[in-house]
Ligand binder design. Structure first.
Ligand code: PLP
Length: 428
């Protein structure tokens, strides 16, 4: 669908245009396999000489339709769905890194991604250096090595809510001849499109706002098509040198700058690792995408109202929300997220763990969950859940005070959410 249409219209209609008499809603092609008349027809698909479907571990029409919508929303050249956000980030990195490679990543990222990079990729021989998202260009540059192959960050980090200076990161990555990968899960393309600011590859946990209803785990990878792999031939042999598993085909030559990255990730990584999204999940994801622009505005409205309310309360030590004037990242938020970021707010209560437990127990609308970005408001106290193995001292060291609560504001009426917070604060 034409990019001249507003993103609101593209959320509803991009990716699928039915022909005369065809279904209005995207068909769920619940089939593992596809039928061909001759072995020759099928052989061409296996040799990547023809395009078409043969096995849903590699490609499925329903998943491709939804990927095409997300690709359109992010302004990319090609996209694919994955089974989860973790798989998306793993594939995005592993598509251009191998044993002996090194990556530079922002230290302010999702815990699962931090573990993926610091522990699991390290076991596979991929080294990493973590940098502060606030570091200067010179400091960021100093983290690069001869074998650095990618830079990684999150537009709005989960759960720290730092806002990434995408232009700064892109400039440094490009000066070192490597692509910038940005996880855009929290703002979604409705509120920020990292490719417009210089990011080369965008990833998503579609489990969050894109799905938006806590219904299906999923992920997506979008390529901008703007990174010139051939100009850095020696760094990216996976894309620029022959792949013997496809008779010596060179992805960057055969599929060009715009198609090489996603084609390789599909026909090689998906073939060998198989982290596919099911057509059923992709269908549900598309239902979420159709209202994404409407929902994000409400998540932001509620997040902002809750953050402002909490900031005025005596029981609250501090509130972290990039939309607040008092926030360290408000300047970057105004630049990259002019319509707001997302509905996740974190705040510290006076009285530590005990106060947080009492407060959360008394909330009536917000459920205690290890989830964010749901239509229903939810909250979490890291000290008694995700980080409960840490001592008081370790919590302080990790920048997670015992009284910290992360609240993901849903789509309820903000008046009801604030009234709920008021009575729960009074009950501490
Ligand atoms: C949740 C999340 C992930 C992981 O996604 P899953 O779908 O849970 O695998 C990655 N990045 C960010 C920013 C997330 O919030």
């Amino acid at each position: 669908m034409n990019q001249d249409y507003s993103i609101n219209t593209r959320c509803v209609q991009a990716g699928y245009t039915p022909g005369n008499g065809e279904p209005r809603q995207i068909p769920i092609i619940q089939s593992t396999t596809f039928k061909y008349d001759t072995s020759e027809d099928m052989g061409k698909l296996f040799d990547l000489e023809a395009t078409g479907y043969f096995y849903s571990r590699l490609q499925n029409p329903t998943c491709d339709t939804v990927a095409a919508k997300i690709c359109n929303l992010e302004g990319g050249s090609a996209a694919m769905l994955t089974s989860s956000g973790q798989a998306a980030n793993f594939f995005a990195i592993f598509n251009i890194c191998e044993a002996g490679s090194h990556i530079v990543a922002s230290s302010s990222i999702y815990g699962g991604t931090f573990n993926l990079i610091a522990v699991t990729l390290a076991k596979m021989g991929i080294e990493s250096t973590f940098v502060s998202p606030d570091a200067s260009e010179e400091e960021l540059s100093a983290a690069f090595k001869e074998n650095t192959r990618a830079m990684f960050g999150e537009t709005i980090a989960n759960p720290a809510l730092t806002v990434l200076d995408i232009e700064k990161f892109a400039k440094v990555a490009h000066a070192h001849g490597v692509p910038l990968i940005v996880d855009n899960t929290f703002p979604t393309p409705v509120n920020c499109r990292p490719i417009e600011w210089g990011a080369d590859i965008v990833t998503h946990s579609t489990t969050k706002y894109m799905d938006g209803h806590g219904a299906a785990v999923g992920g997506a990878i979008i390529d901008s098509g703007k990174f010139d792999w051939m100009a850095h031939k020696d760094k990216f042999p996976g894309l620029t040198a022959p792949d013997e598993s496809y008779h010596g085909l060179v992805y960057a030559e055969k599929f060009g700058q715009e198609g090489a990255f996603i084609t390789k990730a599909t026909v090689q990584l998906m073939r060998d690792l198989g982290c596919v999204q099911s057509p059923q999940s992709a269908f549900m994801l598309n239902l979420g995408l159709e209202s994404l622009h409407v929902r994000m505005a409400r998540h932001v409205e509620n997040g902002q109202a809750v953050a402002e309310f909490l900031e005025s309360q005596p029981q609250v030590v501090s509130v972290n929300y990039p939309g607040l004037k008092s926030n360290k990242y408000n300047g970057l938020a105004q630049k990259y997220l002019p319509q707001g970021g997302c509905g996740v707010v974190s705040f510290e209560l006076k009285g530590g763990r005990k106060a947080a437990e009492a407060f959360m127990k008394n909330l009536k609308l917000a459920a205690i969950e290890t989830h964010v970005a749901d239509a229903r408001t939810c909250c979490l106290n890291p000290a008694t859940s995700t980080h409960r193995q840490l001592t008081e001292e370790q919590l302080i060291e990790a920048g997670i005070p015992a009284g910290l609560v992360r609240m993901s504001c849903g789509l309820e009426d903000k008046k009801d959410l604030i009234a709920d917070l008021k009575q729960a604060l009074a009950a501490i």
